[in-house]
Design a protein around this ligand. Structure first.
Ligand SMILES: O=C(O)CCC(=O)C(=O)O
Length: 290
């Protein structure tokens, strides 16, 4: 099934550009499940949520993370949907562990952009096997869709992670993380990929790809998207020069250890029953920090 949805050309595009858009990958059942999870989360957001627009900004822009720790809908998507297998095929990875999930909700009339950034610098994870699946739940025209700089995963540059709301640096100034250039001011210099998307389509991108997203000033409806982060064979725990986001405590991993821990359940090869059994994932003592 997934073999048909992810073909050799998709894998080639993922490897070359760091990004590929897969069409019609998730069926109605998965979309309805995730949409209902998002509605629950909006009504009662979790401890890691942020309202991203500032007080005087119009609209409503909400992010939340690690919803699968609280809500069954997201847990089922993480453990049982074809997402893990899709990531495994794109990364050519023998195993895939689920790292965490996030939602990005922008009401109509929200001008605020998601800043240009790379995902991996925010995380305590090294290695190339990091694949993010961005799954919108609403039809998304190109001018509201995720934007990604093709090939930027090969720049060999790590950019300072910034908080989406304030732009505040996550780490103290240091040589390993340079400042993100003003991509908006010089868009024509970059090979920016974006895709008009229908519900069921998904964008897969590598963790070092520079990306951002417009606000939702003009669409007639809300733009809801689920991001899930998947780790493969070479992903290892790493320390950063400051507080990572999200922070996971109590897993006991040391720098260089494989991210193959019950805290980050293995979903591929498929062994859902086992994953659900040894799942610290459900452990009330599991701690996540902002
Ligand atoms: O949906 C958005 O606005 C941005 C999503 C994003 O940056 C991500 O998933 O890393």
């Amino acid at each position: 099934m997934v073999r048909e949805l992810v073909g050799p050309r998709d894998i080639e595009s993922y490897e070359r550009n760091g990004v590929v858009c897969l069409r019609g990958v998730f069926g109605r059942e998965w979309l309805e499940l995730v949409a209902s999870g998002i509605e629950k989360d909006i009504a009662d957001p979790g401890p890691l949520h942020t309202v991203q627009q500032t007080a005087n900004d119009p609209g409503f822009f909400l992010t939340d993370f690690c919803m699968s720790q609280r809500l069954e809908e997201f847990r089922r998507f993480a453990l049982e949907s074809p997402a893990g297998e899709i990531a495994a095929r794109l990364m050519r990875s023998a195993r895939v562990n689920f790292f965490y999930d996030g939602i990005w909700v922008k009401d109509r009339g929200t001008p605020k952009r998601t800043r240009w950034h790379q995902d991996q610098p925010y995380y305590s994870v090294n290695g190339q096997h990091m694949c993010i699946l961005w799954l919108p739940l609403d039809p998304v025209p190109k001018d509201v869709s995720l934007e990604l700089i093709a090939g930027s995963q090969r720049w060999g540059r790590w950019f300072q992670p910034e908080l989406t709301r304030s732009g505040q640096d996550l780490y103290p100034e240091n040589a390993a993380f340079e400042r993100m250039p003003d991509i908006q001011a010089e868009r024509e210099r970059y090979d920016i990929a974006s895709f008009e998307m229908a519900p069921g389509d998904v964008i897969a991108f590598q963790g070092m790809v520079v990306h951002g997203a417009p606000g939702n000033p003009g669409m007639a409806h809300r733009r809801r998207a689920l991001s899930t982060i998947w780790l493969g064979d070479d992903a290892v725990f790493a320390e950063r020069p400051g507080p990572v986001r999200p922070r996971f405590d109590g897993h006991g991993l040391k720098p260089g250890d494989a991210m193959d821990s019950p805290y980050f359940p293995r979903v591929w090869p498929k062994r859902v029953a086992e994953a659900a059994r040894d799942l610290r994932f459900h452990d009330p003592n599991f701690r996540i920090g902002a």
